[in-house]
Design a protein around this ligand. Structure first.
Ligand SMILES: [Zn+2]
Length: 129
């Protein structure tokens, strides 16, 4: 079976933000997280199995998952599965992908449409007339 890092896959497909990842990979959760750090940082929900009794060899415990996912908090815990939410996702989501941002008719003192929180004249408008 061909295996690909999550971050590699995301780059190849131009995926910049993910709403939900459902991982059912029977012990490879740690590998997924290690190979998908950048993608997970831009992922809102992450649903995965865990095992405090090591059902599959190498399957992380809940405590190990939590330490691998520092920006995530547990939304709901099931007997063998857990749903995480990325608490830093909201600020990422407010930053629109560049190709969706319109800079037409922006006042120089208005906040920049890119979502940076800066004024337009100090951000993307700094080169505009
Ligand atoms: Zn900007």
């Amino acid at each position: 079976m061909a295996v690909k890092r999550l971050d590699t896959w995301a780059k190849e497909h131009g995926v910049t933000a993910v709403d939900f990842i459902w991982a059912d990979i029977q012990g490879a959760e740690g590998d997924l997280i290690t190979g998908g750090k950048e993608t997970l940082a831009n992922t809102r929900y992450f649903y995965t199995e865990y095992s405090d009794e090591e059902l599959y060899e190498g399957q992380p415990t809940l405590a190990q998952l939590q330490s691998m996912l520092p920006t995530f908090s547990i939304v709901r815990r099931y007997p063998m599965d857990v749903l995480f939410e990325n608490l830093s996702f909201q600020s990422i989501k407010n930053k629109l992908p560049e190709h969706l941002v319109s800079y037409q008719n922006v006042r120089r003192n208005a906040s920049c449409p890119c979502g940076s929180g800066k004024r337009y004249k100090h951000c993307h408008g700094s080169n505009a007339l």
